[in-house]
Ligand binder design. Structure first.
Ligand code: NAP
Length: 328
């Protein structure tokens, strides 16, 4: 049956302006890093993506290597575009990236113009799209001049493959340089995509200040620390959870000290009338420099819970202080 999105999909989501650009992003966005590959059940990913769109999530984040196997998340998303979302393309912000290993040989990763342009073409083909809304340099390349990597992003935008350029995981200094290079080329850098959560606060050490000064948007990934900041691991590692799969989240990250911290944070969340996952999402959005919190989900309920965070976004000073004390 044809997909008909919820008519009320724009009624409750909050849309935040992305830096000084004309674009707004939903406060919660959905990433397809895990759970959308060819090892996963397509129908589950499709239900998650549909529910996300029904809840006002207009932004779907991909990368060349998402799967496994690499490329398969983009292929599956392409199928969803064809089956469900193609009438709504203009209501969506779809991003992809290149930076990590995608194909063998010297041109299959990092930041050369050769790799970025070829990878962007491959992503468009896999997703069946004429253009992506945002194309990112997925990581800084220590061996390629920034001018080359960012010149490639400028070319990708000017050639119509993408509407906007973005960078991911660049530090504060690299970000300031990238902003200047792209500004001088006439393709301002729309957005930075760094990791950020209560357990990973590196962006507070200079990057957020730079993003504010450069008037660049910021979409933070892994706001739940890959699920650690939820009630999932309070009593061990459940079967089927990300930590049980020994991929990007390893069980050793859930030390007894970490679990004790999670329990205390869970109590703060309960007192706020939120789940821990909701408090984790709300916490990443408390600095207005953060445009969107980029979650992952293995179930529809995860998306619903994350969006529910927006019902209670504010923190009392005492709550923030209590969280700080737990995180010390
Ligand atoms: N730019 C980059 O370098 C980079 C790197 C990583 C990620 N990203 C982007 O960020 C997106 C999100 O990353 P992420 O998946 O690590 O984000 P996350 O939101 O921190 O973790 C998502 C995972 O946490 C678990 N979870 C979510 N909601 C839950 C809930 N309410 N209760 C219990 N468990 C819950 C699920 O894992 P289970 O499987 O355990 O259910 C889910 O797949 C990615 O899809 C990608 O688009 C970008």
């Amino acid at each position: 049956m044809d997909y008909l999105p919820a008519e009320n999909r724009y009624q409750s989501m909050r849309y935040n302006r992305c830096g000084a650009s004309g674009v707004k992003l939903p406060a919660v966005s959905l990433g397809l890093w895990h759970n959308f590959g060819d090892v996963d059940v397509f129908a589950n990913g499709r239900t998650i993506a549909r529910r996300a769109f029904d809840l006002g999530i207009t932004h779907f984040d991909l990368a060349n290597n998402y799967g496994p196997s690499p490329g398969s998340a983009e292929e599956n998303f392409g199928l969803m575009m064809k089956k469900d979302f193609h009438p709504f393309r203009d209501e969506m912000i779809i991003s992809s990236k290149a930076g990590y290993l995608m194909w063998p040989g010297p041109y299959g990763e990092w930041g050369s113009r050769k790799y970025l342009v070829a990878s962007c073409d491959q992503s468009l083909k896999r997703m069946g799209l004429q253009y992506v809304d945002i194309f990112y340099s997925h990581r800084p390349d220590p061996d390629t001049p920034l001018e080359e990597t960012l010149g490639a992003l400028d070319f990708i935008v000017r050639s119509g493959r993408a509407l906007y350029a973005g960078i991911s995981s660049y530090d504060a200094g690299q970000t300031a340089q990238a902003a200047k290079i792209l500004r001088d080329l006439g393709t301002p850098c729309l957005i930075h995509q760094p990791s950020y959560s209560m357990f990973n606060r590196w962006i507070e050490d200079g990057l957020t200040k730079t993003l504010g000064a450069e008037k660049m948007g910021c979409i933070v990934f892994s706001p739940l620390a890959q699920g650690m900041l939820s009630n999932k691991y309070l009593n061990g590692i459940p079967d089927g959870s990300r930590a049980s799969k020994h991929t990007s989240l390893t069980a050793d990250r859930l030390s007894p000290e970490r679990v004790a911290q999670i329990r205390k944070l869970n109590e703060v969340a309960q007192r706020r009338g939120q789940s821990l996952a909701q408090m984790a999402v709300a916490w990443t959005l408390r600095d207005p420099v953060v445009t969107s919190s980029l979650i992952g989900a293995s179930k529809v309920a995860h998306v619903e819970e994350a969006v529910g965070a927006l019902a209670k976004p504010d923190f009392a000073a005492a709550e923030l202080a209590e969280i700080e004390a737990i995180l010390k």
